[in-house]
Write a protein that binds this ligand. Sequence first.
Ligand SMILES: [Zn+2]
Ligand SMILES: [Zn+2]
Length: 275
Amino acid sequence: MTVKADFHVHSRHSGDSTAPMEKQVLAACEKGLQVLCFTEHFDKDWPYHNTPDLPPGYFDLDLAAYRREFLALQDKYQDRIELRMGIELGLQPHLGPALCAYLKENDFFDFVIGSTHVSHGMDPYYSIFFEGVSEKEAWRRYFEDALSSISAFHDVDTYGHLDYVVRYGPTKDSRYDWTDFSDVIEAILEVLVQNGVCLELNTANLVKGCRAPSPAPGILRRYREMGGIGVTIGSDAHAPAYIGAFFDQAARILAEAGYDSYTVFKNRKAEHLPL
Ligand SMILES: [Zn+2]
Ligand SMILES: [Zn+2]
């Protein structure tokens, strides 16, 4: 495996994972990774009224508990793997000032992912998102909200799983052609390029039965042509089995899209490693 760093991993500090942090660290060591960056969820103002199976506060983050356990593990495993502390911020158009204040107050992160999990007050993870509209319309609605959310707050290091919506639709990516939405997707890429934000290659779509990781390979290529600064790679693993999943395929796709490196972060500074 040429990619030795996983920059999108959750543990039990995220509402939707039960994996102990230490199990995630051990899985990364077994996979031969040299760097593992935890990126726990913090989704402020989650629309709990549309996700009745989730208790209020599900996507809040106990940052003190997360940091305490992270620092202990970083010390314990320092001879085996380099651990970094990140966060996955859920972006919504009204959250700009709140997220700005949150990062100012908590200035110790190595890495910040910005992700759009909520569109029209719903998470596309739930089938209700696709009810009453064509799948194509649902995708477009998501991309338009993604553009609004990243435009409202782009002090992030990478933009996560750009076509997240495709993962959960009725036909997944079997009929998905990103160029049908190139107007709005290129507008998203333009925000990233203008603000020096990386694009994330997220392999969870492959785990969930899609043909390609997120985003579609053509989007990676377009981002590079537009002057993007780099691509981060993450498994989005919520359990040990998925750490570093499909990273060989990710490296091949990146190379085919014209890249010769991938990007990692420490203290929110980018470093480009050869593929
Ligand atoms: Zn996410
Ligand atoms: Zn995630």
